[in-house]
Design a protein around this ligand. Structure first.
Ligand SMILES: N[C@@H](CCC(=O)N[C@@H](CS)C(=O)NCC(=O)O)C(=O)O
Length: 324
């Protein structure tokens, strides 16, 4: 675990000393957008037109943020248009690596590099900050378009529709306000909330994260008692953004990050909703528990010094979801 400082790799754990034990997530540094015609998106530079074979996605199958982009790639029929490299699940002193001695770790299929940080340095030799997945790389200009999953799934939602003919819309205009409101709460207290609880190095910081996390899961359970999906009767990006955290919850966050007031299987509506999303066409193929079990329990030796990977639980994600 480390980060780049002016282009130089520094092996260091997250700094929680200066924040009273709280984990503060770094902001993503590359924020341009692929658009249908190459016009600029909401942030960053223009010039990134949607074209088949031009963009390459770097992911970890362990990472919930990268997983969102793999789900949108599948939902939007982009698998033939955007190629993928998958890092090794172990993230140690060198950061994400392209070793291939783990089933499903592909190596760097573009350049044959050893470390993900080298991709960042190719784009920006003096880059500073954390070297995170996902990364959307433009092979035409040799730049990173974006390393922000929330933006990448919105690009995938619409920019390539002319190429694929798939105009399924997970961010419909009429629901923008509702989706943003759900996303804001879910991001802060659930997606990032599990990390804030797990990486806390003081009791106060843990308490400050873990209670809002379970308050939000109770709130979501109520929403899903009334509605099939988070924002009503159609599935949207708000559901997919929550799903990748829920998928990892009972096997990882409950134990490893001490988020153990309840499990997902204790919430009947949330657990049914989660199974429905898992069973959505194309989604199960993006789910790799071997990568996420290995990644968290092995890489975070501050939390789990003996790197023992626990046995379960082995819940049945293929059971009928009953959400019809
Ligand atoms: N805001 C980013 C966060 C991505 C992120 O934090 N990814 C984690 C893996 S789950 C990572 O690569 N961490 C490496 C590090 O922090 O050094 C996004 O949503 O794309």
């Amino acid at each position: 675990m480390g980060q780049l400082v002016d282009g130089v790799w520094k092996d260091e754990w997250y700094d929680t000393d200066s924040t009273g034990g709280e984990f503060k997530r770094d902001t993503s540094k590359f924020r341009s957008w692929v658009t249908a015609d190459g016009s600029p998106g909401p942030t960053g530079d223009g010039g990134f037109a949607a074209e088949s074979g031009r963009y390459h996605l770097y992911v970890s199958h362990a990472c919930p943020w990268a997983h969102r982009t793999m789900i949108f790639r599948a939902l939007k029929d982009l698998t033939d248009h955007i190629d993928v490299s998958v890092v090794h699940p172990d993230m140690e002193s060198e950061g994400w690596e392209f070793r291939t001695d783990f089933d499903g770790a592909t190596g760097d299929r573009q350049f044959g590099l050893d470390y993900l940080r080298e991709v960042y340095l190719k784009a920006k030799p003096d880059a500073s900050g954390r070297v995170t997945v996902p990364v959307l790389w433009d092979s035409r200009t040799g730049q990173i378009v974006s390393n922000e999953s929330a933006d990448i799934i919105r690009m995938f939602n619409s920019a390539f529709d002319g190429l694929t003919g798939n105009d399924d819309d997970y961010y419909p205009q009429a629901l923008h306000d509702r989706i943003e409101a759900v996303n804001d709460r879910v991001y802060d207290t659930v997606n990032n909330g599990v990390y804030k609880a797990g990486f806390a190095t003081s009791q106060e910081a843990y308490d400050k994260a873990v209670h809002p996390l379970f308050d939000s899961l109770d709130w979501i359970e109520g929403l899903l008692a009334e509605n099939r999906y988070l924002t009503g009767d159609r599935i949207t990006e708000a559901d997919w953004r929550l799903f990748t955290t829920v998928l990892r919850f009972d096997r990882v966050y409950h134990t490893h990050f001490k988020c153990n007031r309840s499990r997902i299987v204790d919430f009947p509506n949330l657990w049914g909703w989660a199974r429905e999303l898992f069973q959505w066409p194309g989604v199960a193929e993006t789910v790799h528990p071997d990568h996420f079990m290995r990644h968290y329990y092995h890489s975070h030796d501050m939390i789990n010094p003996n790197r023992i990977i626990p046995i379960g639980p082995d819940d049945d994600w293929t059971a009928p979801h009953g959400r019809g």
